[in-house]
Design a binder for this molecule. Structure first.
Ligand code: NZQ
Ligand code: ZN
Length: 386
């Protein structure tokens, strides 16, 4: 196991009805800005119930944060916050609203330069406004981590940033809020969480028994509960398990002390930025082919994964077992209703060089746990994904 430090300061408040805890989490003198997406929180009534809990606070609203949140939209919130002096933010939504709120929280206090620079130039973030979240979509883990992915539309760029200053102070996770999700979003969430685990688990052995067993527990839960969540949308226990699994898949725990890959995510971000596919759709396209192309480097973990997640017999030859493990992975995404081929989304081979040019322009030329996923490797991966 590698040396590591692990800190996660986000308080999780989990369970049905726990929104009643909200007011107690926010300093009493705060001026609170509630941030949300395209309007699902209005339709479901969640926004109203949150406002009802916050009657003792000065409260404002900023809606319209889009899936794959854009710098262009987020900077409008930054202007309002600076002008009207909000000092606490509350994100209500999925990964996009929470990621957007992280950017806004840091950008509002970053007055010396264009906040885009802390994304592309890595300028240090020395402070951010405090914020909490009310999660409505289990998928990204953003509710309990310090990462965010921001899109700049005019540049067709979708780029992640991380900062210790953007951990949420608290996140309220009520599985009942996920009942209204369209099937497509549940499926996306299961696939995204699954691939978060894979990016941290499916690398090479490093005697990380605890991390491996935690990861395998999360993967098995997704395989077992994912299909049930599609069939039985109001099954509380299923939704509760999915919600907690997605959070644990990317809150730093399983990634501590182990090598991490993330090549599938970086390629996926370029596909979303160029062609607008959902985040999870891009991952479902890239991961099976990435495993195929990188199978020599990943072989030992691929075999362990095949045996422990897909019950493949230990007697199978390594070639056959790794091929089956990859096939089962693809089949699982397809069974969840997330298509795994570029062609399924109307994309042909002409997109390959554009995706690679974008990766190169963002300096993403040595990806993967060993830095061996070069543009040439990505080219092979994308050809296999057609
Ligand atoms: O915008 P509204 O109207 O709220 O509708 C949303 C949106 O259209 C809808 N939705 C959310 N909760 C709902 C609901 N509809 C009905 N009922 C509910 N309870 O779902 C749609 C998708 O929402 P979005 O927030 O975009 O989805 P998700 O949570 O999958 O987030 C995706 C974003 O997170 C980033 C992705 O790149 C993408 O931009 N990621 C963030 C990560 C992180 N911070 O650690 C890691 C991930 O790998 C990922 O990259
Ligand atoms: Zn993801």
């Amino acid at each position: 196991m590698q040396n590591f430090q692990f800190v996660n300061p986000t308080k999780i408040i989990f369970g049905n009805g726990e929104i009643v805890q909200l007011a107690k989490q926010i300093p009493t003198t705060s001026k609170v800005l509630i941030l949300y997406g395209g309007g699902s929180v209005k339709k479901t009534g969640l926004l109203e119930s949150i406002k009802a809990v916050l009657t003792d606070f000065q409260v404002g609203e900023f809606g319209g944060i889009e899936p794959n949140p854009t710098y262009e939209t987020l900077m409008k919130a930054v202007e309002i916050i600076r002008k009207e002096k909000y000092d606490f933010l509350l994100a209500v939504g999925g990964g996009s609203v929470i990621d957007g709120t992280k950017f806004i929280a840091a950008a509002a206090l970053f007055t010396k330069d264009d906040p885009w620079k802390f994304i592309v130039e890595g300028l240090p973030i020395s402070a951010a406004l405090p914020f909490g979240t009310v999660l409505t979509l289990p998928a990204t883990g953003s509710e309990m981590n310090n990462g965010a992915v921001i899109t700049r539309k005019e540049l067709q760029a979708k780029i992640p940033f991380m900062s210790a200053k953007v951990f949420p102070q608290f996140s309220i996770l009520d599985p009942v809020y996920t009942y209204t999700l369209p099937k497509k979003q549940i499926a996306n969430g299961v696939v995204d969480a699954f691939i978060h685990v894979m990016e941290q688990y499916l690398t090479y052995p490093i005697a990380s028994k605890v991390q491996d067993r935690f990861s395998e527990g999360l993967l098995l839960t997704l395989v077992e509960e994912g299909p049930k969540a599609l069939q039985d949308p109001e099954n509380y226990d299923v939704r509760a398990n999915l919600m907690w699994t997605a959070t644990l898949a990317l809150n730093g725990l399983i990634g501590s002390g182990v090598p991490q890959d993330w090549s599938t995510h970086m390629v996926g971000h370029e596909i979303t930025a160029l062609y607008g596919l959902d985040h999870a759709q891009t991952l479902a396209i890239v991961l099976p082919s990435m495993l195929e192309v990188m199978k020599a480097e990943k072989l030992e973990k691929l075999l362990q994964y095949g045996e422990r997640i897909w019950n493949l017999s230990t007697d199978l030859a390594p070639d056959e077992k790794s091929a089956l493990a990859i096939e089962k992975t693809r089949d699982f995404f397809e069974a969840m209703g997330v298509k795994t081929r570029l062609a399924d989304y109307g994309l042909g081979k002409d997109v390959i060089e554009k995706i690679i040019a974008s990766l190169e322009s963002h300096g993403m030329v040595k990806l993967g746990e060993k830095g061996t996923v070069t543009p040439d490797v990505v080219r092979q991966v994308l050809k296999l994904s057609l």
